[in-house]
Design a protein around this ligand. Sequence first.
Ligand SMILES: Cc1cc2nc3c(=O)[nH]c(=O)nc-3n(C[C@H](O)[C@H](O)[C@H](O)COP(=O)(O)O)c2cc1C
Ligand code: SF4
Ligand code: SF4
Length: 430
Amino acid sequence: MNSLQVKLGALTIKNPFVVGGGPLSGTADHIKKCAAAGFGAVVTKTASTPWFLRRYPRPLYKLLDYKKDGTNPYYVPDSYTWMHREHNSVFHPLKFAKIIEQASGYAKEQNCAIIGSFAARGLEEWEEIAVAYEKAGCAALELNFCCPFPPEGLTKRPEEAHIGIYFTRNPEEGAKVLRKLRSMIKIPLFVKLSPDGGDFGKMAKAFEEAGADGITMFANNKTLRIDIETGKPVLYGPTAGTGPWVKAFSQRWVAEIAAATNMAVMGGRGAATWQDAVEFLMAGAAAVQYCSPIMIRGVNYVQELINGVGNYMERRHYSSIADFQGIALKHMYSNKDLIENVKALYAEVDLRKCVGCRRCVEVCCYDAVNFARKAIIKKSNCAGCSLCSQVCPVNAINMHDRPDDIEHFQAMVSAHPDLAPADFFEQDEK
Ligand SMILES: Cc1cc2nc3c(=O)[nH]c(=O)nc-3n(C[C@H](O)[C@H](O)[C@H](O)COP(=O)(O)O)c2cc1C
Ligand code: SF4
Ligand code: SF4
């Protein structure tokens, strides 16, 4: 029997699936519904005081690139682009603390941690809300340093806009908030970052030193799509966006921050399937947040995530998440490794499998493929890029190690000898 339990710093949760802050956790009933469905934790809808973040334009949401199946209304494609203009909770944070209080007993019964999310301006406000949320029964706090729609322009007074993404853009101010809260709040403190930030490595270090227990990567950032039939932007212009296509970006930063700090990283933004959770966990995440995928599929989708990861662990003989958490990190190549340790390759066609479709001829930029009813690769030109082997429809192309690097560099230039310096080959032979 395997265990899906994970540790987020001092907090242990029953599985790594966490509802990201959003409309799924905006009322006591919603929070309870997520807890009943089986999530390990629920991050609450961010509450904040400015009136301009508690109002939303309509329509709110737009799904693009979402290929429906008319014969099956329950078919949900894995790929989509999500855009929205939802801001923070319509409730004042102190009212939201009451909502948390109403849900906290039930969530505890379900062994589901409530992580309270809020945004504030000025240390006093941060302090007041944090105390109220801790008292209300939160197991941890997620400080919202991320609102993806910078509030500039929503108010005439610039200092009113020192909220949300202001703290990702000004990490020294974020560190002040953390130091203040750390001195008075006992439960773990997470910081949710905006991907519209700067140097996340430096930022994460500064937040760790200031007392953060973890980082959530990421909120949405501003995205833009155009409707080519009307020539107008989708949903008002640049607006918050996400989708499975952004997973690779989030994952890169999760891995870097997990490797560089001792904090628990909650990965997300772009995770849609159980396989995505495994990827994030292997990249060093301690848990994985899902928001738009759950909105599209419904909260009970968590059971599919739990079963998917559980069956995967059984198949791979993992008894706990810790068995594979972060395992990809030690295989990341530094630039130095790439220069010193990576082997050169060349491609070879298995003529028994080749069906003569010419795909490899089309994709080879190194003029390395001769064609006469079937493909034949000129080893002396092949740069070992491996593209042909990936597009070949019948997997007829195998990649082999080259004995040495010199042969590889000779192959790289032999396709375009006119571009090689006159003494190129002499230098290589020295
Ligand atoms: C409609 C909607 C509302 C959201 N509201 C909040 C919020 O109040 N606080 C917050 O921290 N993140 C909010 N988010 C961001 C999500 O928690 C999450 O970080 C983001 O959508 C990326 O994850 P995903 O790809 O799983 O959707 C919201 C996202 C959506 C789609
Ligand atoms: S892509 Fe594959 S099948 Fe097509 S010609 Fe090349 S080797 Fe043959
Ligand atoms: S591996 Fe790259 S360079 Fe070599 S034949 Fe294939 S496509 Fe051309």
